[in-house]
Design a protein around this ligand. Structure first.
Ligand SMILES: Nc1ncnc2c1ncn2[C@@H]1O[C@H](COP(=O)(O)OP(=O)(O)O)[C@@H](O)[C@H]1O
Ligand SMILES: [Mg+2]
Length: 360
């Protein structure tokens, strides 16, 4: 039986996690496409965005505000930088959580120069007052600066030069409608298919100055969960392996061996994912089992299982969420090389009743 011992530390460094820490962001900067033409995949968004930008440039205007939504690691920040580069403007970067008060945002906005691009990452996390200030700034290029305090306070409208806001969010659903409506264009980024990921990986290998075999790129792509950030990270680990344990060549053997060392399986599951899946199948007969019970079995917090492991397992059709708990699909059994038990309704205990700890 698998007894995972995943500390917070090991989760923080999770090889197939889609978020990046400081160190990784530095490594990523070198791999970021600088222009729209270098941005791999996402054909629809790229096409639409290119029209918006070219038309604005031709008219000599600041383009409409742009909202980019989609899961982490798919290229939102990269696209924000590309937008500024394509229109030849300076880019200012801030984020929802970095803006504590409306006044902070007013200060940033009033310092913008004509045509500049302000990138607000995680825009769904803006505090309410800042968000309201943004409405008039986006719509009328105006902020109301409050002077004085208490009863004597008054708001002085301050006109701003035209600029473009680029907002990024992993949770478009959390954006209030009035804010969403003020974006003239919304680009929704989707997970990349294997062919596009292969192109991302080959491009990155070129930038890193390493020669990557096609079969290796294919192998890494298949384990990257549709996410360029993960693809680039796995590529770096394969490069390490080739350098230290291999003969320097980034071939299929190196890719497979490296990813085995890092316990990233052929469809991109890591140790925690596999532990959850294995527990679900071998300890609970495929479920349904409640989240809490499942989490205790793999020695994790329910929240970790739910937010770290489950989304990808569900997305891949390996796990289902039902009102009575989590269930393994036939694909899960097949992936683990196990035979599912006979269909439920077999004499004896009804499936799932023993371990069900409530609705999912
Ligand atoms: N379409 C793409 N083509 C090439 N590389 C990409 C693409 N999208 C993302 N990347 C790479 O993936 C990494 C993460 O992208 P990023 O823009 O930071 O994602 P997000 O902001 O959506 O979390 C970057 O290093 C970037 O180089
Ligand atoms: Mg980002």
């Amino acid at each position: 039986m698998l007894e995972p011992d995943l500390t917070d530390e090991s989760l923080g460094a999770r090889l197939v996690g889609a978020t990046a820490d400081e160190v990784e962001r530095a490594a990523e900067a070198a791999l970021r496409p600088k222009r729209l033409d270098d941005f791999v995949g996402q054909r629809v968004v790229r096409d639409q965005l290119s029209l918006v930008l070219q038309a604005a440039v031709a008219r000599g205007n600041a383009p409409d505000h742009v909202l980019l939504s989609g899961p982490p690691g798919l290229g939102k920040t990269t696209l924000a930088m590309i937008i500024a580069a394509e229109i030849g403007s300076a880019l200012r970067i801030t984020s929802g959580p970095a803006i504590q008060h409306a006044g902070d945002l007013a200060a940033v906005l009033s310092s913008l120069e004509e045509g500049e691009v302000l990138f607000i990452d995680e825009i769904h996390r803006l505090a309410r007052p800042a968000e309201e200030l943004l409405y008039s700034a986006m719509e009328d290029f105006r902020v109301d600066v409050v002077v004085g305090k208490g009863a004597g306070a008054s708001a002085i409208p301050l006109a701003l030069p035209p600029f473009t806001i680029v907002g990024a969010t992993t949770r478009a659903g959390l954006l209030p409608a009035p804010l969403r409506d003020r974006f003239g264009f919304t680009g929704r980024l989707d997970f990349y298919d294997a062919a596009d990921l292969e192109r991302v990986i080959l491009r990155s290998a070129g930038l890193l100055g390493v020669e990557l075999h096609h079969a290796a790129a294919h192998e890494i792509a298949g384990r990257s969960r549709g996410t360029p950030r993960i693809a680039n990270r796995l590529l770096r680990r394969v490069r390490d392996w080739a350098q230290v344990r291999g003969d320097g060549r980034l071939d299929l053997r190196a890719a497979r061996a490296a990813l085995e060392v890092y316990e990233v399986d052929p469809i991109g599951l890591d140790r925690l994912d596999r532990a959850v899946l294995t527990a679900l199948c071998t300890r609970f007969g495929g479920g349904p089992v409640g989240l809490t019970t499942l989490a205790v079995t793999v020695g994790e917090e329910p929240e970790t299982v739910e937010t770290v492991a489950e989304p990808y397992l569900v997305r891949e059709g390996l796990v289902g969420r039902t009102p009575r708990g989590r269930v393994a699909t036939p694909a899960a059994w097949a992936h683990l090389g196990l035979t599912p038990p006979p269909a439920p309704g077999v004499p004896g205990v009804p499936a799932g009743t023993l371990f069900d700890d409530g609705p999912a």
